[in-house]
Write a protein that binds this ligand. Structure first.
Ligand SMILES: NC(=O)c1ccc[n+]([C@@H]2O[C@H](COP(=O)([O-])OP(=O)(O)OC[C@H]3O[C@@H](n4cnc5c(N)ncnc54)[C@H](OP(=O)(O)O)[C@@H]3O)[C@@H](O)[C@H]2O)c1
Length: 267
């Protein structure tokens, strides 16, 4: 990883920040990204003690111009791009019957288009370095789950997008990775979108069974180093990925039986 150049979208906090720290510790030069400049500045100052090869570019990756400028910034700063991690994502809460259509649009725009746009502009540079293109998905992207339909749909869309690119670019030597992340600790005041479109602050997960950000970040680096396609995290994720293609109706039954517990966990 030493000397490589990485962009991590949505890295001013949470999992993206953890991945950026892990990359810096491995000798990679990192471009942080987010929409809030103050948060980015703070994240960068926290990382300077790991390495001073850290910069940020403030933009919304769901905008074509923002996504293009982010890639251009990496090329202008370091002259190359070896790793693009599409981490930006927002979750939603609420059953389909209660959801405003606009919630689907916002979640798809953030999680799907927010990964598609940096990828389109970054691919030509990743091809030059035979680099890594990584998508941060979720165990909610393995099968449709109750109360999370927009989120599940957006993460499932990433799967087919990644599969198409793997085939299209099979001769160019780039690595495409997809990480199914399980329930992970969150930073204070992380917001999700409720069924009516208003923001909802998620409960603190410190007392709950949640993976640590550091664990998830290390697994992402391992995926890149081994150039694996799919990395599935958490026991529930691995079990779901194994059972879903084989016995989907059994999985559905198990989810219905545990839906109360599931609702509690995803609050
Ligand atoms: N936490 C979990 O339990 C969990 C589980 C499975 C999968 N995941 C996935 O992991 C990823 C990160 O989740 P997280 O919990 O770390 O999220 P988070 O704490 O809400 O952080 C999201 C980051 O993305 C930035 N961001 C959001 N929208 C953006 C946009 N349009 N353009 C640029 N930056 C944007 C945010 O900064 P600004 O708001 O300042 O832009 C922030 O830095 C997501 O894809 C999520 O679906 C998370």
């Amino acid at each position: 990883m030493n000397g490589k150049v990485a962009i991590v979208t949505g890295s001013s906090r949470g999992i993206g920040k953890g991945i950026a720290q892990e990359l810096l510790a491995s000798g990679t030069k990192v471009i942080l990204n987010g929409r809030n400049e103050e948060r980015l500045q703070e994240a960068k100052s926290n990382m300077i003690n790991i390495s001073n090869e850290v910069h940020y570019f403030c933009c919304d990756v769901t905008s074509s111009l923002g996504a293009k400028e982010l890639i251009d910034f990496a090329i202008q700063t370091y002259g190359r791009l070896d790793i693009l991690i599409n981490n930006v994502g927002v979750s939603s809460r609420g059953n389909v019957v209660d959801c405003e259509p606009e919630v689907f649009e916002r979640v798809m725009n953030s999680n799907f288009m927010g990964s598609v746009k940096p990828t389109i502009y970054g691919l030509e540079y990743l091809k030059k370095t035979k680099g890594s293109l990584v998508f941060i998905s979720s165990v909610a992207g393995i099968r449709g789950l109750p109360g999370l339909a927009p989120y599940c749909a957006s993460k499932m869309a990433l799967r087919s997008f990644a599969e198409s690119i793997r085939i299209e670019e099979s001769k160019s030597g780039i690595h495409v990775g997809l990480i199914y992340v399980g329930i992970t600790e969150i930073e204070h005041n992380k917001e999700s979108i409720s069924a009516d479109g208003s923001p909802v602050v998620l409960d603190d997960r410190s007392g709950k069974k949640a993976q640590s950000i550091s664990y998830v970040s290390k697994k992402v680096l391992k995926n890149i180093k081994r150039r694996k396609f799919i990395t599935t995290l958490s026991f529930v994720g691995v079990l779901n990925a194994f059972l879903q293609p084989r016995v989907p109706l059994l999985v559905e039954r198990l989810i219905i039986l545990s839906s109360k517990k599931f609702e509690e966990k995803s609050k």
